[in-house]
Ligand binder design. Sequence first.
Ligand code: GSH
Length: 217
Amino acid sequence: MKLHNGTFSPNALRVRAVAFELGFEPELIEVDVMKGENRTPEYLKLNPNGKVPTLVDGAVVIWESRAINAYLAALKPERDLNPADPVRRAAVDQWQYWQAIHLGPSMQKIAFERIQKKLFGRGEPDEAAIAGDVKTVADLLGILDAALAGKEWIAGTLSLADFGIATTFMLRGPARLGVEPHANVAAWIDRLEARPSWQRAIAPWKALMASRGVVLA
Ligand SMILES: N[C@@H](CCC(=O)N[C@@H](CS)C(=O)NCC(=O)O)C(=O)O
């Protein structure tokens, strides 16, 4: 099993974490998008979007991080990360779509403006450009916080939804994403990040951030 990976990428992190959680040891092939390695004819044959991650498992090629994770979870049904029961599966899907369509894009815009813009030499942060996203994230974190009340994991038991939601929290400290007032969210993300699978998956990204002078705490 080969994972075309990007150390900087939250979408690739989501897959590495789930792969390690399930006990898979995919060969990690780094695709350096800054050098255009995601645009070579060979890579575009695997993933016509020219994005990471892409999983290759024998003749099976899958792109889109959540689809890859669903495939990996289906190979280890006994781990129950993507439950077969329709009601439990619906909860996992619900939170994954919510992250992909609502929370993730707004959080990503804030993190870009406040942290990544400067790192990529794209100029100074513009707070006015993200005022709407700051409000959206505050509202959505309120929803997540209420849903996590009395629960360890968002869909009841540990699932793809927890890994799916967690990735855009990577820069919550320096990007000031406003997690602190939401005690259930703060406890949940700490719980998820304490898992050995997550710590192993995120270690290369943390090293990359440290080398660029980004303080994560
Ligand atoms: N929806 C896709 C998003 C993949 C994606 O946007 N990957 C980014 C890195 S986080 C990428 O490869 N960007 C390179 C580019 O667009 O040139 C997924 O979840 O896998």
